[in-house]
Write a protein that binds this ligand. Structure first.
Ligand code: GSN
Length: 222
């Protein structure tokens, strides 16, 4: 039997966090090898383990997988979280790309100079409430099912819950005008594997802070 997937990344959310979420939701145990300094990244590179010299990298099923999106689709496909046919897959991809765009706005907050942060927060709130959340609220309203696609938990639901929680870290009442997303959040948060991941002490990482920024700047060349 293959061992546990091993995740190589810095000790924080970044591009690896959605991979942690998806594995955890699928009920897959995983190990983490944290990059603590630039030399750790250089070692992976000189060992020839990083196809494009970048992380996230996940050792899984005999592969050394890179490229976040490729890793996520592999896990979603393998654990039956990627729809039943190409059309469901396309919907899941569209919904995931939407939440990825919203998460990108939130992640970029960390790198903004202090005087730009308020403007970026306002943009996140505006985009979440006028562009992204209305789409998912409407999907749930139109089909009246528990999950976004195919009446069954998929990668799209897991990614949306991650995005909702990230957006609530920017504005805690961000869902106030989205009753179906509030119910969705409660429902998906209570799926046993996800509930466990949301408990303290899990492999979920805390919101990034300035200390994390200093750490990643030492490892990656931003
Ligand atoms: O999505 C992906 O996995 C790739 N398209 C990008 C991965 C990437 O940018 N990795 C960064 C660290 S994560 N932060 O943004 C990285 O390895 N940077 C070092 C470098 O030399 O590019």
């Amino acid at each position: 039997m293959a061992g546990k997937p091993k995740l190589h990344y810095a000790r924080g959310r970044g591009k690896m966090e959605s991979i942690r979420w998806l594995l955890a939701a699928a009920g897959v145990e995983f190990e983490e090898q944290f990059l603590e300094k630039k030399e750790d990244l250089e070692k992976l590179r000189s060992d020839g383990w990083l196809l494009f010299q970048q992380v996230p990298m996940v050792e899984m099923d005999g592969m050394k997988m890179v490229q976040t999106r490729a890793i996520l689709s592999y896990i979603a496909g393998k654990y039956n979280l990627y729809g039943k046919d190409l059309k469901e897959r396309a919907l899941i991809d569209m919904y995931v790309e939407g939440t990825t765009d919203l998460m990108g706005l939130i992640m970029s907050l960390l790198f903004q100079p202090p005087e730009e942060k308020a403007k970026q927060r306002a943009l996140i709130i505006e985009r979440a409430t006028t562009r992204y959340f209305p789409v998912y609220e409407k999907v749930l309203k139109d089909h009246r099912q528990d999950f976004l696609v195919g009446n069954k938990l998929s990668w799209a639901d897991i990614h949306l819950l991650e995005a909702i929680l990230m957006t609530e870290e920017v504005k805690p009442d961000i869902l106030s005008k989205f009753p179906l997303l509030q119910a969705f959040k409660t429902r998906v948060s209570n799926i046993p594997t996800i509930k466990k991941f949301l408990q303290p002490g899990s492999q979920r990482k805390p919101p990034p802070d300035d200390e994390f920024l200093v750490q990643v700047k030492k490892i990656f060349s931003f």
